[in-house]
Ligand binder design. Structure first.
Ligand code: ATP
Length: 309
């Protein structure tokens, strides 16, 4: 059965994200790094259809290379279904059909979006009617980026990135994304950052404070000022991502030469996000990057989180 034919169930869309700011602090006792990040949900979506079934099954298709996305119990969307079953006592099954548009292992939280969408879809399908607070609690159990995909918009994340507080953002920001053919493992990028800090512990000052989002970033978001935001974007995972994928540095330069106000590695990479002054400028950047032989996708943010469509 095609995805379109399964429309008798519930369809949920959940957005991918860009981290416009990501500061990485120390490793905590649970093995996770403490972070402070400013997320923005962008108009690149995962679509998840949930239809009634006896068992839990999953199919994945998409416009992106599907790489090593598991379709069994390891898939984050299936884990979300199992968590919802355990929490609510529902014993029904579900058939999930996922259409991915967010690059796999691209640093844009595609798996997290699938998990958020699966929670919302099954909650609607089974009529379990969980509150937003309860859904956010379950989301945090699934992964650091899942609560944000549920909430969407623009938000600050602290702790592992899962403790959200709203960030005011005016207007819209235009971004051009350049995905990489081959994804990158988030733990590997964090490990590269740790190794670098370890090697240079004599030269770089120890992390002295809890990570926090720069006031300039929050101000730029509040003002809806792309120029101001471009001057303030920062990602502590960018340097290790570039060390692991040196070819990304040239693409960053190409984007900035093409007129982007700033280019940044999205999350743990390897997707690059270029911020443009406005919609027309983003189209120019997209055309220039495409002419240079790169796949370039124009998106905007902020957009809402996972919801039934
Ligand atoms: P992170 O949230 O860790 O930053 P990411 O955005 O870089 O992740 P994802 O596409 O979410 O990357 O997936 C990372 C890995 O998680 C994949 O390589 C895959 O093995 C596994 N995975 C589990 N479930 C999913 C899913 N529904 N979609 C994509 N990957 C999944």
């Amino acid at each position: 059965m095609s995805l379109a034919a399964s429309s008798d169930g519930v369809r949920v869309r959940a957005p991918g994200k860009i981290n416009v700011f990501l500061e990485v602090g120390d490793v905590q006792e649970d093995g996770y790094h403490e972070v402070a990040t400013a997320y923005q949900a962008v108009s690149l979506y995962e679509d998840v259809w949930a239809t009634p079934a006896d068992d839990v099954t999953l199919r994945v298709e998409g416009d992106v290379p599907l790489g090593d996305v598991p379709t069994d119990e390891r898939n984050l969307a299936v884990r979300a279904v199992r968590l919802l079953q355990r929490t609510t006592g529902v014993t029904d099954g579900v058939r999930l059909d996922i259409r991915k548009s967010v690059p796999v292992a691209g640093g844009m939280g595609g798996g997290s979006a699938d998990a958020a969408a699966a929670l919302v879809a099954c909650d609607a399908l089974w009529g379990t009617g969980l509150s937003t607070t309860e859904l956010l609690r379950l989301a945090a159990l699934l992964g650091a980026d899942v609560p944000f995909s549920l909430q969407g918009g623009t938000a600050v994340g602290t702790g592992r990135g899962d403790e959200l507080s709203p960030a005011l953002a005016r207007g819209r920001f235009d971004w051009v994304l350049v995905p990489h053919g081959e994804g990158m493992s988030t733990p590997v990028v964090y490990r590269a950052l740790d190794e670098h800090r370890e090697r240079h512990s004599g030269d770089i000052a120890p992390i002295s404070r809890r990570p926090a989002v720069d006031a300039d970033v929050l101000h730029a978001l509040r003002q809806g000022d792309a120029g101001m935001l471009a001057a303030a974007v920062r990602n502590d995972l960018q340097a290790p991502a570039l060390r692991l994928r040196p070819d990304l540095a040239g693409v960053l330069e190409t984007g900035e030469r093409a007129g982007a106000l700033a280019g940044i590695v999205s999350g743990s990479g390897p997707t690059l996000a270029f911020l443009a002054a406005d919609e027309a400028a983003a189209i120019d950047v997209q055309v220039s990057l495409s002419a240079a032989g790169l796949r370039a996708i124009h998106v905007h943010g902020p957009v809402p989180g996972a919801r039934v469509v």
